[in-house]
Write a protein that binds this ligand. Structure first.
Ligand SMILES: [Zn+2]
Ligand SMILES: [Zn+2]
Length: 271
């Protein structure tokens, strides 16, 4: 397993209890040689993670882990930006103040509603999904970020409320988002956290990888969205296979906010 997992949380996120060092140890245990840490940076006051991320302390701990794990583990510096289109000044300040390798653009709120609460799903499925994709496209068009995270993560709870979710029903909306991302040179993440929920799909599913390529997208990244050590690297081989199947040379990584194809270390098998 050689491609990096670029979506990993640590105790610097409000919803994760595992220390950064223990997450790094878990990554080494599952055979990863490169990861990216991406804790939540949320600016909506009602968000459970609001005011939780302490960036200076995070960087200190990252530097300590880079020394401790040395050449065994390359640790990329990432951050998961919640609703970055709504906070352009704050996001620009954060991104320019530190030498990030990448940022994830994430949508957890549609208007005033959190998509991880049942209340959001009181409307029809059509309205729930279309309003989400509409705001996601606004984020893709307006915000500063490098990787579009968990494209259709709204299906996680959506599935529990409405049953089966077929991305093909929203192809037009999804393609619009992918087109915007491709035009702006953004990478698309395949997030495996919904595989661990009843919806049992990746976010997005493989057809969207093909749509992204057709819209001009070049880079696919892998993210387990691990909040627990045992989820690091979850279904990496599956995502790597889906990316190749869709015509990509492999999975991407980021260094100093530039995407590049992740090349396996000499002598290791392709991942
Ligand atoms: Zn997220
Ligand atoms: Zn996350």
């Amino acid at each position: 397993m050689t491609a990096p997992d670029l979506h990993i949380h640590t105790a610097f996120s409000c919803d994760c209890q595992t220390s950064m060092a223990d997450m790094c140890r878990a990554a080494i245990t599952v055979g990863l040689s490169e990861i990216g840490l991406s804790d939540h940076y949320d600016l909506i006051p009602q968000d459970p993670c609001y005011d939780f991320f302490h960036v200076e302390a995070w960087w200190e701990e990252l530097e300590r882990c880079r020394v401790e794990f040395g050449p065994t583990l390359t640790i990329r510096a990432g951050v998961e930006l919640g609703e970055p289109h709504r906070f352009p000044k704050e996001i620009a300040a954060l991104l320019s103040a530190f030498p990030w390798d990448y940022s994830l653009g994430s949508l957890h709120w549609v208007g005033e509603e959190l998509i991880f609460r049942e209340d959001y799903f009181r409307r029809s499925p059509d309205l729930a999904f279309r309003e989400y994709f509409h705001e996601l496209d606004r984020m893709a068009a307006e915000a500063e970020f490098d990787i579009l995270a968990h494209l259709d993560v709204i299906k996680r709870l959506g599935f529990e409320q409405y049953g089966f979710y077929d991305p093909a029903s929203y192809e037009e909306e999804i393609r619009r988002v992918l087109h915007t991302c491709a035009q702006r040179g953004r990478a698309l993440e395949v997030n495996t956290s919904p595989l661990r929920r009843s919806v049992n799909q990746t976010a997005p599913e493989p057809p969207a990888l093909t749509w992204f390529a057709e819209e001009g997208g070049r880079w696919i990244t892998f993210g387990s969205d691990a909040h627990q050590p045992e989820h690091i690297g979850h279904a990496l081989e599956l995502v790597s296979g889906a990316a190749r199947q869709a015509g990509y040379e492999g999975l991407a990584t980021f260094e100093a906010r530039r995407a590049q194809l992740h090349l396996p270390a000499p002598g290791s098998r392709p991942g």
